[in-house]
Ligand binder design. Sequence first.
Ligand SMILES: [Cu+2]
Length: 312
Amino acid sequence: MDPNGTLFFPEQGSTIASEVDLLFHFVLYLSIFFFILVTGGSFYFAWRFRKKGEDQFTPNISHNTSLEIFWTVIPTILVFIIFIWGFKTYLKMNVTPANSMEVNVTAQKWFWTFGYKEGATTTNELVVPVNKSVKLLMSSQDVIHSFFVPAFRVKMDVLPNRYTSLWFEATKTGEFDLFCTEYCGKGHSEMIGKVKVLSDAEFASWLASSSGPSDLPPAEYGKELYKSKACFTCHSIDGTPSVGPTFKGVFGRTEELTDGSSITVDENYIRHSILEPQSQVVKGFQPVMPTYQGVLNSQQIDALIAFLKTVK
Ligand SMILES: [Cu+2]
């Protein structure tokens, strides 16, 4: 199997990938072999023993004990091989190595948030070191999502109200696709991210620089957050209508709310919209904005407000 991927498989990026592929190919080729043997045999015998004349009699064969034992024992052995092999691989994928680095994963409509115990949080980008086992402790804020990194051959449902976990060890640096594979509403197809695998040194410096406060000017930091915290998936900055109101000219705009009242967009309203989005819903929109409580700290909210003021 080519580690860079084939027509049918993405590249192999984790320790478990080649094992999963090997088992898959064993089952696949074994099935193809028996498919050809059985269908080919059926056609051959139908032709070989076709009726050749009116006075032909078929011998009365009721069974053949050694043949029956033969075609029972061989498949049983093969099924056992598949079971034991599959179970061993399954155990390996499910038992997290003790020295794993832990990352919290939060899924919500329609993005991923990753939390590191050093304080860094990222959105839609999981950053991990190479050659180190990583445990993901995952939960959802709303509906069922599913975490899938094809190159790592790992996939696990992410549920509300309970933790699920998975682990992997990346074997090469680079960027790998991350998908949500449980239909979770109309933004499901945009719930995509990246796993960025860095060398040990790069990871250490990334973690150090991402954990402290940012030294960018607030409006620029806010623009970065607009992209990295997935605001852009629902809010445009050029006036294009989307799932949420456009940010073009948002600051100072008068907004009609679903409860009939109207409000002028100011700092407090924006802060409120980010932390408690369901409490004031803009008329003409669905109440689908997720809360950013616990995702954004106050410095980040300040930066977003500064950025929104510049979007004209
Ligand atoms: Cu999802």
